[in-house]
Design a binder for this molecule. Structure first.
Ligand code: 8YV
Length: 308
């Protein structure tokens, strides 16, 4: 099979070079009516967690049999509609667990100890005028995890190194974690010192973290988001931080990326990152390889290796 590939949005140069072994059309370079005119020409869609694929786009792709995505999140992809048509969907799980979990711990430390703000304090020459204000301890503090999937498990593992008691909120208990399951999200937020979001994005978790949860986490609590911006009511988060009702936030994802609420910029107890959870050389190479492995498996066997 010599498939015609439709690439939804830009990917790394390395991955695009390896995809070029097949005929690939870059949708973002085509006129707006391209799919309505030529959508029937394509066999496989290549996309990413960021670029996704909408139901409207899929409806214009009658011949597509596989969607191969770069990234583990599938909330921007119309997975149910695709699978209802027997279309195979692949994502790139597991290979990014370590780097995303590492970043979650990095955000916990950076936010509690105000590392970016204290770095700026030194660079701006303000140390001569006095010591940096005291910040908050991490070791031994209580860790709440929302979503104990493959990434959440790695976050929990890393937290044992900081002697952090852990409880989690997820759709169902995980027997290997004994009685650490908290079915009540508000109760978890009241208990936790750090509440780390590691759940999928999408309709089921949209604004799961609302003003009530943020108030339960409280003025000594810290929210860490390495999941999806959509999981948090961002306006409520900004209000809670600016009014001192939340102790801090470490954010790698936002509701309307790359827009980030500028009201957060001057807050020393807030750390803002540009969605870099999987953004290491090693992990992105592994993700690229896994996408290509999925594509090759589909072309060989008609099945993908790592569905969502
Ligand atoms: C993506 C991510 O890889 O994997 C995900 O779901 O959010 C990131 O790691 C990145 O956004 C590229 O789409």
């Amino acid at each position: 099979m010599n498939p015609r590939l439709l690439q939804i949005g830009p990917l790394s140069e390395g991955l695009q070079a390896r995809l070029a072994q097949w005929p690939v059309t870059s949708l973002w370079r085509e006129p707006a009516d391209h799919l309505s005119r030529y959508g029937g020409d394509y066999d496989v869609v290549v996309t990413s967690a960021r670029h996704g694929l909408s139901e409207a786009q899929l409806a214009q792709l009658p011949r597509v049999r596989a969607i191969c995505s770069f990234g583990v999140g599938s909330d921007a992809i119309c997975v149910a509609a695709a699978q209802a048509r027997g279309i195979r969907v692949s994502v790139t799980p597991d290979v990014l667990n370590d780097c995303v979990a590492d970043l979650a711990l990095g955000l916990i430390l950076a936010t509690a100890r105000q590392l970016p703000a204290s770095d700026r304090f030194v660079r701006e020459g303000r140390w001569a005028a006095g010591a940096y204000p005291l910040t908050r301890r991490v070791s031994g503090k209580r860790l709440g995890i929302v979503g104990l999937g493959r990434i959440g498990e790695q976050i929990a593992l890393r937290a044992t190194g900081f002697a952090m008691p852990m409880r989690y909120h997820s759709r169902r208990p995980h027997p290997q974690h004994g009685d650490s399951h908290e079915p009540d999200l508000l109760a978890l937020a009241r208990w936790a010192d750090f509440l780390v979001l590691a759940c999928p994005g999408g309709a089921a978790t949209h604004h799961l973290i609302d003003a009530a949860v943020l108030d339960a986490l409280g003025p000594q609590g810290v929210l860490i988001n390495i999941a999806r911006g959509s999981v948090v009511d961002e306006a409520a988060l900004v209000a809670a931080l600016r009014e001192g009702r939340l102790g801090g936030a470490g954010l790698d994802v936002f509701e309307h990326e790359p827009q980030v609420p500028s009201e957060l910029f001057e807050l020393p107890n807030v750390v803002l990152l540009p969605h870099v959870g999987s953004g290491t050389v090693e992990t992105r190479q592994a993700m690229e390889q896994l996408l290509l492995d999925n594509l090759a498996a589909f072309l060989r066997d008609g099945e993908v290796l790592t569905p969502p």
